[in-house]
Design a binder for this molecule. Sequence first.
Ligand SMILES: [Zn+2]
Length: 174
Amino acid sequence: MNELQATSLRAHEDFISVGVTKLCQAYISSSCKFDVVSNNISETFNGYILKARSKPIINMLEDIRRMLMARMQSKRELMLKSNDTICPTIRKKLEKNKKERKDCHVTPAGNMIFEVQSFDKSNVVNLVNRICSCRCWDINGIPCKHAISCILWLKEELEHYVHDYYKKDTYLKT
Ligand SMILES: [Zn+2]
């Protein structure tokens, strides 16, 4: 905070006025399993209904209903064809984290708890509680590079440790 204040007094004041609990990873809730908080979804939806929103209300709602029905059906078909147990975007994120684990060194501490060293940093991973001290796994439900290092050290399947929200079965139920 002192460094921020020295760099920009205005930025420091804005940061304080918004509140530390809304801006620091340490305070982000882990219940949603989502690490990006923005209004992108409303902007995307606004663009999605661009043609429909100029119509009278009933016609607009009917257009939106039809568009969403077609979208849900095409997504359902894609997921039914998939042989993976997790959703495609989550698979990409998991593979990205897997590639980034190369600098991680695992030390087991027993009871499925590990210390993972990466360059000059050290994190604690608890595979039973599915948490890592970097907080990425807790917040987004996808094992971080530290957790992946431990899971692969145990020769276990990564998919087992991805949150159920991202499983194919959950998607199809939704
Ligand atoms: Zn981590």
